[in-house]
Structures are given as structure tokens and as C-alpha cells.
Design a protein around this ligand. Structure first.
Ligand code: SER
Length: 887
């Protein structure tokens, strides 16, 4: 049974039983604890915890999941996959243990004709939590599983939590016996390779507190309701139903291995090392494609780094298997074909995904070669010194200059039987980080001890009134100074202030935070930044400017009027630029990030090529025409599904069922999900002046622009420059380009003429020098320093000329000069002198030693350059002495 069919049967089984089908959430959800969604229940977390009311009592989904903790294990064992699909059914206070167990059992054992998977019930085993008699009894009495096939396991195996605070509960797992050829008898507690886990039923009834790992945490108390969360591994079931050894052999991954065989010439199954590489390729290609589908782009941090690491491991594995050319496009195309039936959205995004993947390959191949060389030299050096450790500096340089992920260096070292000085590497990285002082706001809050905000997040979410107000009456709820909660702060203090309601926009969605003031009964403060914590609490970074502020006090919170006006212009301007950009470049130019502050915006997007001046000017034109159209700006609060149906461009982090805000400018012209603050009519944005575009990493480009008065000043500044030029050059401004072209051409011609005259002058002087030649040991010698400023080229021209003037005489010409700290020198030896044993190469070598330089060439002509003019006199003497010694 094909994987797509397994998915369909799962969903049908549960929708027939009244469950609402919920589409898979993006792999990227806005949860600070998770890099990627890693279980089917993640999008439903707020329902389990009772933070939100679920819009359904029961649901079913097939969730895309990525787990990247054990990337190194991929392919070495066949059980680890970084991407997998978790099929689940969920109950929010509806059915509990008995319902979950019966639903799962029915789907597994129902015949294929009846819509089930048709598994042999005699091959199914189950585990329950140590003291979960209730579940054990249901399995035995209500379902009929023999008691000897029901086993009990402890907390680490059969008590499920997310590993961090959140919902949790005892679970019951269903295993399939693959038969005696796969391992020992005795059920899953004896051998979990022969008996593979296919389904986990979690009886979600408690809330987990802080703690470590799977079995060492506090249980805070019961959840408001008893819930069900189950997860069936779609790929595991596919292995069984397709009767294959492991996931890599299933219909979704095997074609990628086949393609890799064609591309590399190697054969899967030949040996373990190659097998691992094939599996790495198959696994990573699929995960990479699915991450790019959800908008991740390769980068050096966080999710982008994981993606980069995956893509680079694919490229390297393919090389090691023997690929010589590029492989990414064909490999990814194979994944596209296997995955599109379940994820039709791949088709719309394919061009973008392809271009990002191919771009990354192109960039990496360039550095792979030079980096590998560097690595091999360092490894050989270390080995020759009897060491088996590659030093931290090499690993750092590979990372910094060649873009090698650290893990790649470790892998290469391991393959060479070596290790890497990890501490040394991290020390160098830390130094570099400290230098770069990356103080972006996310980090500012991300590294702070978040527990201090917890009481506010739980009990005092901030009321945000900034969409309609720029001033509000607030009460101080909390003050944090130097990381501690304090009661009051006084003039000069810097503090974080939390109030009950605020008109201040906190930095989000690329829009910078508002600036303004707090004015209280007994003191005032300047607000310089505002950040949101837990999506609920607005933290104002403030400097007290006079008097004091205390918890409990009332104050007037005022956003700086001009700031807000210009911030709105910039944010709405960003939306117009985004819309114009897609108009000109097409829908593959997907947003990769944006930032706007009063008067200025920048917008990053995925695009393989540099934009032409014509494209840039069209984008500017379209955006300004939208300003001129005076479109009404509407904001609509609706569900994510409704917003998508309207055609709004959604970024990432939204969740099924979330209430979202759509900002619409000119109807279909621009429609985006956005929580930012906007103008009311597009004409309020004022002019938008595009500054230019540039590259910010492989496949990502940036466009920058001014808005409002900043834009006007920029344009008007340009106009003033033109006016000044026109006045100075006494030319009408429209004729300036031709006039400047003519002036440049004239200047070039004049420079050429000057050079020619200079050469004539210098060459005229050569005659005098030749006439004054001394004779040393029967050889005519001119060894002199030419006037200050004669360049290396001049020295050479003059030496050639001088030598020619000696004709068939035995003569040596040695010219040098001092030119801006450099000492160029040339030796020219006539054939007759060469016959006498003199060599220009040796003369320049001797001279070079005196002036801190080196040189070389043929016996008749040689040249070099030094850096110490003080040695010139001694150098010339040495040259003469050499001629004399020869004579
Ligand atoms: N949350 C459980 C798991 O991830 C079951 O869905 O295994």
C-alpha cells in the first residue's frame, strides 16, 4: 500500500468517526521551545492546556514533523529520519482511553476492503504505563489482546511529555512483530527492532512542570480536561505494508536512492559506508525540500543553519559516492515527484525551492574544493607531528572562510581517524561573536531570564491600544532593573517597565518598536524600545528622565507623534514594495525578511539574480503609482483559513484556527497577514524612493527604500547635486551626462599625452646615463638610482632602452628607484656580458637582499621589488662588486 493511501485511509477512518480534519501546520510554529514542529500535537497545545477553546471536540491530522537532534545518526541506523509524518487523532475532553484504544485497533486490523490496514492482530503487541491498570484492562477485556502481549513500561517509555513544560500523561504504545528473523522473542520490552512501535496513544491528563528529560520532572497538576493525543508513524506503517526492511526502501525514499545511484555511479547495498551516504542523501533531500517549502532558507543560524547543514551533507555525500557534477536539481526533483501527491503546494513553490537548492549547491561546490584542500593539509600536518587532533583554528577557518559547518569538519576528521579541537573552535567562534556584538532585539530578550516575566504573562497580559491610540492612561504593574524586580526607579535609571495598557507598538513583523515617553505624577521616562514577551506582555525599555516611577503609579503613555507617523509610512511602504516586487518578478520572489523604521525600509526576498536597473525602476514606479492611487487601507480580523482563502500572503508562525489580521491595500493589490501599524490611505505614505538592491547571501536579495519626507529629502538632495554640477559645468542639467562623458574622455586623452611626454623625457635622460658608464673589469656598467617617483614600469622601459644603446658591447645596466615606499629594480645584461658569465637574475637577487625584497628573471633581463629604500646605495655597490668579481 502506497504511503499516500495510508494517509488517506487514516484520515477517512477518523472523519467517518466524526473527527474534524485539520491540515498539517507549517513546520515552523511560533514556539520558542521548538525549532521545528516535532509531533502531531504541537499545534493543539493551547487546547490541551485550556488556554484556548478548541473549535472541535475531536480532530485528526497528518502533521509534517522534523527532528534534527540526531542528524549524525541518519543512515547509520535505519530508524532515524529527520522528516516524518505523524498521523494522529485528538480528543479535547471528548472520548478518553477506551475510545482512543478502540479507534486505533479498528484501523489497524480492519480489512483493506473495509478501509483498514488489514494487519494480523496476532502480530500486534501493546505496552502500558506501569500502574495504568485501566488501559491494560481495556486492551485485554474490551479489545481482546491476550494478557501476555500487554507489557508494562516505566516513565521513560510510557509517560509522554514534550520534554519541556506543557501537557503530558501516561501512554500506551502499539508494536508490530516483524518476525523471528528480525530479533529475539519476548515482545517490545526485549527487542524494539523486531517489535517496531507504530502508534503511541497518549492519555493527556496532566501538566508537566520544569525538569529534565523524559522521567525527571514535576507534575504540576491535572489539565482542565482529559484529552487524547495519538501519533502513528506513517513511514513505519508504510514499511510494514510494503513489506520492506526499512524506511529507505519505501515508495517515498527509494526513488531518491535510485536517482543517486544514477548520478554517482555507485550502487546501494554494496557496503555500509556507501549505504550510509545514500541514506543521508535520501533523508536530507526530503527534509530539505519540506523545510524550503515552509519558507526556510539556508543561513548561518537557527533553522537556516540546519537547512544549510542538510544541503551540504547531501552535496558532500554525493561527491564521496563519486558524483563529479551537480546533483541537487535531479535529486530534489525526485523528491518533488514522490511528495507532491500528498503536498500539492510543492508544485506552486517548486521553482523557488529548486533555485534555492541549486544556488546553495553552486556556492558550496566552490568552497568545498578549497576547504577540503585546507583540511587535508592541516590533517596531514597534524599527523606528521604525531597528533590525531585537527586544531580549532583550522576548523574555524573552514567555517568562517569556506562556510563549512563545524559538524562537517568533525565528520571529515572522523573519516580520517581524527578528532577536532572543539573547545578551541568554540573559543574562536565566541571571540568572533563578541566582536560582532549582535545586539538584535530577539537576542536581547531571548537571553534574558524569562521566568521573571512569567507572572505577568500568566496574570497580566498587556492591553494594546496602539492601533487606535497614540496616548493612553496606564498603571505601572512591574519594574525590572538590572534583571531584578524593584518597586521604584529614579532619574538616570534604566529599567524595563510593564504597564496594564499601552499604545506603544512592540517590535514585531519587521516594524521597529515605537519611541515616546511615560509621564507620571512624580516622574517621567523616555521609552527607547519595546519588546513583547510570550506574545502577551509589552516590556518597555525606558530611561527615567526625572523624579521617580513606582509600581502602582498612574502615568500617561505617549508615543512620539512624528515617529509613529513615519513608522506607519515605512510599514505600509514595505507592503507596496512587496506587492510591486511580486508584480515584476513573479510569485517565486518570496519574502525572506523585512525591516522598517521611520523613513526607511528594507525588504529581503528570494531571487537568484541581480535585478536589472529596469526591473528596479518598474518596482519603484508601481509602488509610487499605488501611493498615488490613494488606496484605502483596510484591516480585517479573521481566521487563518479565511485569510488564506482571501488570497492573503501568509508568512510563518500562524496556526490553524488562529485569529489573524489581514492588511489590505487596494484590494487584491496587496493583502498580507500583518500585525503592524499602517496608514489609513496609501497617499499618506508619501513618495517611495528606491535606493538600490544588493545580495544578502545565496539566493536572497535586498531592496532598500526611503519613504515620506526622508524620500523627499533624498530625491531633493539629488536634485541639488545636479543643480550644483550644472552651475559649475555651465551646462543645462539635461545635457550633464553627455558633458561629463566628454570631460572624462578629454581627461583620459590628456593623461595619455602626459605619460607619453614623460616617457620621452625619461628616455632622453638615458643617453646621458649611458654616456657616463664606468668600466669595471672590462664591462661597461651603469648602476644608478633614478629620480624619485619613477615607477616600476618606467624603470623597466629605461633599462631596456639603455641596454639597447650599448649594442654589442659587454654591458650591465642596473636601474632602481624609490617610489612611494617601494623599491623597483631591473637588471639588463647585454649578450656579450652574459657570455662573460654575468646573469641579471643573480644581480637582482643580490640587490634584493639589501632592499628587503626579491626578484628574478632570465640572464639577460630580471626585475624585482623591495621595500627598504635605505638599502639602495649598498645594493648598487653590491651589484658593482659582483660585476667586478666576475671580471
Ligand atoms: N505526542 C505523541 C508523540 O509524539 C503522540 O502523538 O509520540
Amino acid at each position: 500500500m502506497q504511503t499516500h493511501e495510508i494517509r488517506e485511509r487514516f484520515i477517512k477512518h477518523f472523519t467517518n468517526a466524526g473527527h474534524t480534519e485539520v491540515p498539517s501546520a507549517s513546520l515552523i510554529l511560533d514556539d520558542p521551545n521548538l525549532l521545528f514542529v516535532n509531533a502531531g500535537m504541537v499545534p493543539f497545545k493551547p487546547y490541551f492546556l485550556g488556554q484556548q477553546n478548541p473549535p472541535f471536540a475531536t480532530a485528526t491530522s497528518i502533521q509534517k514533523c522534523v527532528r534534527t537532534l540526531d542528524i549524525e545518526e541518519v543512515g547509520i541506523t535505519t530508524r532515524h529520519n529527520t522528516f516524518f509524518q505523524m498521523a494522529g487523532n485528538f480528543s479535547f475532553g471528548d472520548y478518553f482511553k477506551e475510545g482512543a484504544i478502540k479507534h486505533a485497533w479498528a484501523l489497524l486490523i480492519n480489512s483493506v476492503a473495509d478501509g483498514g490496514f488489514g494487519l494480523d492482530p496476532d502480530r500486534l503487541w501493546v505496552t502500558v504505563y506501569t500502574d495504568d491498570d485501566e488501559a491494560a484492562e481495556i486492551w485485554e477485556k474490551k479489545v481482546g489482546v491476550p494478557a501476555e502481549r500487554i507489557q508494562r513500561l516505566g516513565m521513560a517509555d510510557n509517560y509522554w511529555s514534550m520534554g519541556v513544560p506543557g501537557p503530558c500523561g501516561p501512554c500506551s504504545e502499539i508494536y508490530y512483530d516483524r518476525g523471528p528473523e528480525h530479533g529475539k522473542e519476548g515482545g517490545p520490552i526485549v527487542d524494539d527492532t523486531r517489535y517496531i512501535e507504530i502508534w503511541n496513544l497518549v492519555f493527556m491528563e496532566n501538566e508537566r512542570g520544569e525538569g529534565i528529560g523524559k522521567d525527571n520532572f514535576e507534575i504540576v497538576g491535572p489539565l482542565p480536561k482529559k484529552n487524547i493525543d495519538t501519533g502513528m508513524g506513517v513511514e513505519r506503517v508504510a514499511c510494514i505494508l510494503q513489506d520492506v526492511e526499512n524506511v529507505y526502501e519505501t515508495d517515498l525514499l527509494r526513488p531518491v536512492i535510485d536517482e543517486a545511484e544514477r548520478l554517482t555511479g555507485a550502487t546501494y547495498g554494496d557496503n555500509h559506508t556507501d549505504n550510509v551516504r545514500f541514506r543521508v542523501i535520501a533523508d536530507h533531500c526530503r527534509t530539505g525540500l519540506m523545510l524550503m517549502l515552509d519558507g526556510v532558507t539556508p543561513g548561518n543560524e537557527g533553522r537556516g543553519y540546519i537547512l544549510r547543514r542538510l544541503l551540504r551533507r547531501i552535496i558532500r555525500s554525493a561527491r564521496l559516492l563519486g558524483a563529479t557534477g551537480t546533483t541537487m536539481e535531479r535529486l530534489m526533483d525526485t523528491v518533488r515527484q514522490t511528495m507532491t501527491p500528498s503536498y500539492p503546494e510543492i508544485a506552486d513553490n517548486w521553482e523557488r525551492i529548486r533555485s534555492v537548492a541549486v544556488g546553495e549547491e553552486k556556492a558550496f561546490l566552490k568552497t568545498l574544493e578549497s576547504g577540503s584542500q585546507l583540511f587535508e593539509n592541516a590533517a596531514a600536518q597534524a599527523k606528521s607531528e604525531g597528533k590525531s587532533v585537527v586544531d580549532g583554528a583550522t576548523a574555524f577557518s573552514l567555517h568562517d572562510t569556506h562556510g563549512f559547518p563545524f559538524d562537517l569538519t568533525v565528520e571529515m576528521a572522523n573519516e580520517a581517524g581524527m578528532t577536532v579541537d572543539e573547545a578551541g573552535f568554540h573559543e574562536l567562534m565566541a571571540e568572533q561573536k563578541a566582536r560582532a556584538k549582535a545586539d538584535n532585539n530577539a537576542k536581547k530578550m531571548g537571553h534574558a531570564d524569562q521566568t521573571i516575566y512569567r507572572p505577568f504573562v500568566d496574570n497580566h497580559p498587556t492591553a494594546f491600544t496602539g492601533y487606535t491610540h497614540i496616548e493612553d492612561e496606564s498603571a505601572v504593574l512591574g519594574i525590572i532593573k538590572e534583571g531584578q524586580l524593584v518597586d521604584r526607579v529614579a532619574a538616570g535609571d534604566q529599567a524595563q517597565i510593564i504597564v496594564d495598557r499601552t499604545p506603544f507598538y512592540a517590535e514585531a513583523g519587521g516594524q521597529m518598536a515605537d519611541r515616546g515617553t511615560f509621564r507620571g505624577e512624580s516622574g517621567a521616562a523616555d521609552v527607547t524600545d519595546v519588546q513583547k514577551v510570550g506574545k502577551k506582555v509589552w516590556v518597555h525599555f525606558a530611561t527615567v528622565t526625572g523624579g521617580e516611577l513606582a509600581v502602582g503609579q498612574k502615568l500617561t503613555a505617549s508615543v512620539d507623534d512624528a515617529w509613529r507617523h513615519q513608522a506607519r509610512q515605512a510599514h505600509s511602504g514595505t507592503h507596496l514594495i512587496h506587492a510591486a516586487l511580486r508584480d515584476v518578478l513573479g510569485p517565486t520572489a518570496v519574502q525572506a525578511g523585512s525591516m522598517n523604521r521611520p523613513g526607511y525600509l528594507r525588504f529581503d526576498f528570494q531571487y537568484g539574480d541581480q535585478l536589472t536597473a529596469e526591473q528596479l525602476s518598474r518596482i519603484e514606479d508601481i509602488a509610487n503609482a499605488a501611493v498615488d492611487s490613494d488606496y484605502k487601507v483596510n484591516t480585517i480580523e479573521t481566521s487563518l483559513e479565511e485569510a488564506r482563502a482571501m488570497g492573503a500572503m501568509a508568512l510563518f508562525g500562524e496556526n490553524y484556527g488562529d485569529e489573524v489580521r489581514v492588511v489590505e491595500i487596494g484590494g487584491p493589490f496587496s493583502m498580507e497577514l500583518c500585525g503592524g501599524i499602517h496608514v489609513e490611505h496609501s497617499s499618506q505614505i508619501g513618495p517611495i524612493a528606491v535606493l538600490g538592491e544588493s545580495s544578502v547571501g545565496s539566493g536572497v536579495r535586498r531592496i532598500e527604500a526611503y519613504t515620506g519626507m526622508d524620500s523627499f529629502r533624498f530625491l531633493s538632495g539629488g536634485k541639488n547635486v545636479v543643480a550644483d554640477l550644472a552651475a559649475n559645468l555651465k551646462t543645462p542639467s539635461e545635457e550633464l551626462p553627455e558633458r561629463i562623458d566628454a570631460l572624462t574622455a578629454k581627461l583620459k586623452a590628456a593623461e595619455k599625452q602626459i605619460q607619453q611626454m614623460r616617457n620621452q623625457q625619461l628616455l632622453a635622460g638615458v643617453g646621458d646615463l649611458v654616456a657616463k658608464a664606468e668600466t669595471i673589469g672590462g664591462i661597461k656598467v651603469v648602476a644608478v638610482q633614478l629620480p624619485e617617483g619613477v615607477s616600476a614600469g618606467d624603470v623597466r622601459t629605461m633599462a631596456t632602452d639603455a641596454k639597447a644603446r650599448f649594442g654589442s658591447d659587454a654591458a650591465v645596466v642596473f636601474f632602481t628607484a624609490s617610489d612611494d615606499g617601494k623599491v623597483p629594480f631591473v637588471a639588463a645584461v647585454t649578450d656579450a656580458a652574459v657570455d662573460k658569465g654575468l646573469k641579471a637574475g643573480e644581480l637582482v637577487k643580490t640587490f634584493g637582499e639589501k632592499v628587503g625584497g626579491r626578484g628574478g628573471g632570465k640572464p639577460a633581463m630580471a626585475q624585482g621589488s623591495g621595500s627598504d629604500p635605505a638599502g639602495i646605495a649598498a645594493g648598487l655597490e653590491a651589484v658593482k662588486a659582483m660585476v667586478e668579481a666576475n671580471g
